[in-house]
Design a protein around this ligand. Sequence first.
Ligand code: E4P
Length: 218
Amino acid sequence: MKFFIDTANLAQIKEAQDLGVLDGVTTNPSLMAKEGISGAENVKAHYKAICDIVDGDVSAEVIATEYEAMIKEGEELAAIDSKIVVKIPMIKDGVKALRYFSNKGIKTNCTLIFSAGQALMAAKAGATYVSPFIGRLDDVSTDGLALIESIRVIFDNYDFGTEILAASVRHPMHIIECAQIGADVMTGPLSAMEALLKHPLTDIGLAKFLEDHAKANG
Ligand code: E4P
């Protein structure tokens, strides 16, 4: 399973990249705003800065919601760097835009997926990735991981090449369960990735090894 980091924070992206486990980055308009990035040129420069750090796909979301405007904005985003994946919301004009970019060989990530039907539509339209938001489903008492399972079955039934990008991942168990189900990618915060490497018995064991070594070696 590929690991994407879900942030526009350059320091965190660099930290994850340096850890050696990072396969890509996802951003969204809220994450860009959180970093104080505004204005078309600043936004493009920030995406370029992200692409210069990471070895892998970088999702950049269109703000437009009408077909023609989505195409124009998506083409501008794709021109920033070959790592850019145009992120398109799951709306009717978005489905048309997915087909357009797919026909042109430009990678896409269909975002705001909350049902298997939406994922099927995005795959039919040639999306490179679909992003089911599992954490936000859990937030409204709906099983986000069950949605990943359902999409996995559908995509496998018909050999869709579209990758399942489990998004809105909040904690390490989300990551582990996504891996068990067979999500192709997960995107989440650095904290969730780092939590995977922690175990109290590791810390206790290491302390004991170092203590015994110190005793034996003075
Ligand atoms: C996906 O690409 C989104 O950026 C993201 O995962 C949303 O996560 P959130 O629900 O934690 O905001």
